[in-house]
Design a protein around this ligand. Structure first.
Ligand code: F6R
Length: 264
């Protein structure tokens, strides 16, 4: 596992975008796994700039989003569909036919729908690079604490903590979805490379648990300790509770010197 410590949110956003850029330039038909959430905003903005100013071409890229609220139509302003269009897809040239986001309006056979989402990922050749944020409770995607490490795309009930964290995005009196469709931990761990982004002091405790704590379904991001190519791209505030900060800095220096490909 690599831990890339950045001095600021702006720097971590540029660093994450640089890694995505490397993946797209080296494989124009790369399959990206995408996350929503405020942490990813700077990275998407920078990718938009790279598209406009440095001809970063997404025309052959395929994308699969991690999750969507159950009950929200694509047009709902708080849907992850809307988030992705406003913050990323409207600013780059991903073909609409190559974009996959779970449908929040499905009703009935959820299991069949979720199996079809998994099938679509497999048919696209699997996810080459998966982007993740992390919840205060350690979730990745909406894999809430106690999610199985073998879980696949499914319907998941959101915890009270997640509902509290995300209620601010919904209007006063507006009902917030209690469930989501999310890729599973098993799905995420099959990605060839994983980047987890975290910013701010509110994430420091859970980031330390995910990186240095035991592997446990109580902090589902700790599953990344099992992955052969997972990188945490974090800022100083999010890394403040890590015990091995100095070691991670030395690893960054030595990696740049001896195995720079690892940082691409
Ligand atoms: C969103 C997602 C979530 C968020 C996480 C962090 O698609 O899967 O796991 O990445 O809740 O959200 P922010 O960045 O808003 O703190």
């Amino acid at each position: 596992m690599l831990v890339l410590l950045n001095s600021s949110y702006e720097e971590l956003s540029r660093e994450a975008a640089r890694i995505v850029e490397g993946a797209v330039r080296s494989k124009p038909s790369v399959t990206l796994g995408l996350a929503t959430g405020s942490t990813t905003l700077g990275m998407y903005k920078e990718l938009g700039r790279l598209h406009r100013e440095q001809a970063l071409d997404f025309s052959k890229v395929a994308t699969f989003n991690l999750d969507e609220y159950l009950g929200l139509a694509a047009e709902h302003p708080q849907s992850f569909h809307c988030f992705m269009w406003e913050n990323f897809f409207a600013h780059v040239n991903v073909e609409p036919g190559n974009i996959h986001i779970p449908d929040g309006t499905i009703a009935g056979d959820y299991e069949e729908y979720c199996s079809a989402y998994e099938r679509a990922i497999r048919e696209a050749g699997g996810i080459d690079l998966q982007i993740l944020g992390i919840g205060r409770n350690g979730h990745v995607g909406f894999n809430e604490p106690t999610s199985s490490f073998g879980s696949r795309t499914r319907l998941k009930v959101l915890t009270n903590e997640t509902l509290e964290d995300n209620r601010r995005f919904f209007g006063a009196g507006e009902e917030m979805p209690q469930c989501a469709i999310t890729m599973g931990i098993g799905t995420i761990l099959e990605a060839k490379k994983i980047l987890l982004l975290a910013t701010g002091a509110a994430k420091a405790e859970t980031v330390a648990e995910a990186i240095e704590g035991p592997i446990t379904a109580s902090v589902t991001a700790s599953c990344l300790q099992l992955h052969p190519d997972a990188t945490f791209v974090i800022d100083e505030a999010a890394g403040a509770r890590l015990k091995q900060r100095d070691y991670y800095r030395r690893v960054m220096e030595m990696t740049a010197r001896f195995t720079p490909n690892r940082l691409l």
